[in-house]
Ligand binder design. Sequence first.
Ligand code: ZN
Length: 310
Amino acid sequence: MGKQDYNFAQTIKAFFIRKLPEDYLTHPQGSSLTHQTLNSSTTEIRTLTLTERFQRVSMIIHDIDQRFPTKKEHANAPIDKEKISDEIAALNKISSTLQFSERYNNWIKIITKLALTDLYQSTEAAEYISNWKKLSQKDTQKFLKLNHHFIISNVKRMLGKNTDLAKHIREDRVFLYHESYQKNPDTNEARILRGIANIGSNIWPGSNGIHINTHPDSRFQNLACALDVIFHESVHIIEGQIGYAYRYSSPIVPDWLKQDAALIVERDSNNAYIPTRMGNSYYKQFNEVLAHQIGQFVNQTINLTPPAPL
Ligand SMILES: [Zn+2]
C-alpha cells in the first residue's frame, strides 16, 4: 500500500464511519423526527436552535444508516431513493433553513474569480494546460496544487494578509487516486466520487489533503472538469479551516464570518454531514450547495474567455 493509498483510506474512513452522538439513545429516534419534520412548517423549523436542527439531521441520517448499512465495497452507492423518500424530504426541509449567508457565498465567488484571474495570468499554468492530456501523474498533481495555491492565496488576500485568521489559513496537500463508479446492486444506480476533502472543523489545518479521482469515469481528463473538482474541494478546505479557527480560537474570526463558521462547527459537533448515498439531500446541504455552484461556475467559465473584471 503506497503512502497516497494510505492517506486516502484514512480519509474515507473518517468520512463515512460516523460515531453515534453520545445522547443518541435519550433522543427520539430518527423515524419519528422525520414525521415531526414533515408535519412542521419551515418557519417552525427555523425557531429551533442550530444545534437542535443539526441533531435532527444527525438522527435521521443514523436512522437511514441503521436500516441500510454501508457496504464496504460500495460505501457511496446510492440507497434506493424510493425507500427513503420521506427522510430525504425531511432532510431537505431542515437543510433549507441551514444555508451559508449570501455574504459568505459572494465572498467565495470573489475568491474564485481572483483565483481564475491568477490562473489565466500564470505562465506555469499555461504550460501545464497546453500539455494537459499528456501530463505525468506528478505534473498533474503539481497543476492541481497550483490551482489550490491560487485559491488559498486569494483567501488570505481577501482576509487581509496580516490578520490572525489569514495567518491560520494554510494550503493543503493534493493526492491522486483512481476509482470507478460504485453501484447499488439492487437498483443499478451508480455514483462516483470525483474528489474528497475531509471537511471537518476539528482537523488541524493543512494536515488532511485533497484527494482527486483521475479515473476516466470521473471525466478528469476534461480540463474544465478537473478544475471544477479542485475548486470544489478547495472550497471545502476553506470551510474546514474557518470552522477550525472558530472552534478553537473564535476571537480571530471576524464578526461577519461568525454566523457561517458556527454553521460549520455545529454540523461537525453533531455528526450531521449528509453522505452522498442519501439521494439529493447530499446536494442540498449548505456546504455542498456552495461547492457545487463554484465547481460549475469554474467548469463553465474555463472554456470561455477570462472572467469579467470584478
Ligand atoms: Zn463536496
